[in-house]
Design a protein around this ligand. Sequence first.
Ligand code: SAM
Length: 159
Amino acid sequence: MNIKLVVVGKLKEKYFKQGIAEYAKRLSRFCKFEIVEVPDEKAPESLSDAQMAQVMAKEGERILSKIKDREYVYALAILGKERTSEAFAAEIKQLTTYGHSDITFVIGGSLGLDSAVLKRADTQISFGKFTLPHQLMRLVLTEQIYRAFMINEGSPYHK
Ligand SMILES: C[S@@+](CC[C@H](N)C(=O)[O-])C[C@H]1O[C@@H](n2cnc3c(N)ncnc32)[C@H](O)[C@@H]1O
């Protein structure tokens, strides 16, 4: 199974890198795990609505260029559907049972995801109503994917 994260911008902080590297290592026995970073657009505070839409559209094009037709896509969106960890694990299991071997998660940049990306997504997933920085979102998501595999394995990791 291939799990890919398509994310906007570079991961800067060492502590995020270390956390993600740890979960990526743990995930390696369950899947091929890959993070694809696309460049972000400069988004100063003073942008008009039209300029913000332009930034998101450009980032959206870059994101979509990294996604193939066969991939099942989760868009991370605050207004998406919330799941429990157990429900998420069951969903991953079901996807693989139904032959989806390429699952992709998309995390937006500082302004969020363009509507074209949301439209391409097969589903939208929310981690609650709080806005998380995209770098932290990457770490939280990677842990939750690992947790899903541990739940599906019946491991006591998930209590
Ligand atoms: C800093 S947030 C963008 C905030 C932007 N105002 C929005 O509403 O999307 C960067 C990205 O992190 C992800 N994200 C942040 N918080 C999230 C949450 N609670 N649930 C799901 N995704 C989240 C989304 O992919 C978002 O595009």
